[in-house]
Write a protein of this length. Structure first.
Length: 167
């Protein structure tokens, strides 16, 4: 099953069936994620996606030069960890859908080190960022481990420091 679904229509409607398809694709994917691209081309100036993540996925802290990003939560709960240049946690934002009591929408308007930590079995959100999409444009700091076990320990430690919770 594919992880990335590309839109070819001028009008896109995201239904419950689409959300379920994305959740199934994420569960079956070795990367534990899937996305529906709402934009028509990687060159579009605005890139919008509906993304489903499984809880076990880990994202290494990174940043995008000269790009902003926004998340609007649809289902589940996640943390966005923001880091200082030295690798210390600057801020932890707990996100969930409207009615959850958590932040339901956030926008990062600067090139800030950040990582996403799903806290529920599955997370579904709408992401918007500036285009065009350039593979490999994310920058990774030296202080962020790339090994999955080391990364899990690193993120868990920083989440505990910031919130008292763990992954």
């Amino acid at each position: 099953m594919t992880e990335v679904f590309l839109n070819t229509d001028d009008i896109v409607e995201v239904t419950d069936a689409w959300i379920e398809k994305l959740k199934t694709a994420a569960a079956e994917s070795p990367l534990k994620r899937s996305r529906l691209c709402l934009h028509l081309s990687p060159e579009d100036p605005v890139q919008e996606m509906i993304i489903a993540l499984r809880q076990e996925i880990l994202f290494r802290p990174h940043r995008h030069p000269n790009k902003s990003e926004s998340f609007h939560m649809l289902e589940g709960s996640l943390y966005v960890l923001l880091f200082n240049d030295d690798g210390s946690v600057k801020r932890a934002i707990e996100m969930g859908p409207r009615g959850s009591g958590q932040v339901s929408c956030y926008r990062l308007c600067t090139s800030q080190w950040h990582a996403i930590l799903p806290m529920t079995e599955v997370v579904v959100f709408h992401e918007s960022t500036a285009g065009p999409f350039v593979p490999g444009d994310a920058l990774f700091p030296d202080w962020a481990p790339s090994d999955q076990d080391a990364l899990r320990a690193f993120l868990n430690n920083h989440l505990k420091q910031a919130t008292g919770r763990s992954i």
